[in-house]
Design a protein around this ligand. Sequence first.
Ligand code: ADP
Ligand code: MG
Length: 320
Amino acid sequence: MGEFSIITEFFAQQKNKRADVLVGIGDDAAIVAVPQDQQLVITTDSLIENVHFLPETDPAAIGHKALAVNLSDLAAMGAVPSWVTLALTMPSFDHAWCEAFCAGFFALATRYQVQLIGGNLAKGPLNITVEAMGLVDTNHSLLRKNARVGDKIFVTGTLGDAGYGLALQQKKKSLSADLSSYFLTRLNQPEPQIAAGLVLRENGAHAAIDISDGFIADLTHLLQASDVGARINVDAIPQSAALIEHVASVERLTFALTSGDDYELCFTAPAHHEKLLQEKLASVHCRMTSVGEIISDKKLILHRQNGEIYHGTIQGYEHF
Ligand code: ADP
Ligand code: MG
């Protein structure tokens, strides 16, 4: 198949179209209408073979994840995702691979009413680059820089499953097929916390970041942007029942603190908003857990439930 028939057959087939897409796939560039009282929020992320996924990874999961990691960035900004572009570089054309990739990509896109409006197709080492755009009411985005001294620090969901999934995938661990599949799904098909991001933005959260590189690493970005420090009770970090059941406590705490790919949100809010946030997040089936507080001293203090300082590993993922 040639370049243009691939685009037509696979990428221009999305059923649900948005009314605000004035020009979609097919012209030199796309045109969208941005409402007057809203701002455009833009992010991009690439998935690269052998860096972000292994060659044997299910292409449907790759399609899902390529979009999910971008939607997660929009979630952390409190934005509603609306449009995406996809720049795909592949070593050769593989019909079954493209079909599965698109199934994963469009299932997630459709769930969030996101339209693919353009992209690029080229031959080369497998690389999937997505740019996602979303909308937010003017000047109402959630930013990393707005944490205030005295805020409580929360995380959504549970942490560490994706990191354990990666260890399983790299054959550093082994488990029954059923359980492996739970952790591998958490690694390969993360759910972007879009609904949670909107709840946070509308109910008094001050600052947020998505957890892509590891809790400690990403929290550090938020603290630096806000010019503050934090005290974290590492024993309060929420972990899934599966992780608690199958992984020893020291090891799973390391996964929860340092492994990436969970795509949960870490956010801060004043204590008086906690109850409301908890209720609103519960209404979108999202759990939130208090893990610490923002302090003026620009340090990150990690302590145990009993108050003792935590001395474990805290290094997150960095590409360079
Ligand atoms: P140009 O050469 O003008 O950059 P292309 O010929 O590369 O445009 O692409 C033709 C049309 O197909 C454009 O509208 C482009 O955005 C779209 N497109 C190309 N690749 C993809 C893709 N992987 N997914 C979605 N749309 C794509
Ligand atoms: Mg052109």
